[in-house]
Write a new protein. Structure first.
Length: 131
């Protein structure tokens, strides 16, 4: 244990000594966009639905990771493993039903369609970007 801690500390000290200590410039902090000058801010807010869909995908991806080994040794484990697998799948199905009933799987929700359109304003293109 002591050797492992000493190795870790030594590695960190060695890495801090050997790291590149180059000059920093404002150009290094600009986001890179395929060799082109960036347009607009890199800090934009994405729709929350992207994250909900990504989380649902990750949950069911992890489900596959757990179910594949279970399916391989299913016959050896017997009825207890079958019940455990059914409980695991039931919990995930209940979660999916909840998300579905809540409407988070719909990309365009009904409440978004019911919002009245904003009145058209006579703005120049430059004013549209700033508002």
């Amino acid at each position: 244990m002591i050797v492992a801690v000493m190795f870790l500390v030594g590695s960190l000290i060695f890495a801090s000594i050997m790291r590149y200590k180059g000059k920093y410039s404002p150009e290094k902090y600009i986001s890179y966009e395929c060799g082109e000058d960036p347009t607009g801010s890199a800090w934009i807010q994405f729709n929350i639905r992207f994250y909900v869909i990504a989380l649902i995908f990750i949950i069911f991806d992890v489900e596959i990771i757990f179910l594949l080994p279970w399916a391989v040794v299913f016959k050896q484990l017997g009825m207890f493993a079958f019940v455990e697998g059914l409980i695991f799948i039931a919990i995930l199905v209940v979660g999916l039903a909840y998300v579905w009933a809540k409407g988070d799987l719909l990309w365009v929700k009904a409440e978004d369609l019911e919002q009245p359109a904003r009145p058209q304003q006579n703005l120049r293109p430059a004013e549209l970007v700033t508002k």
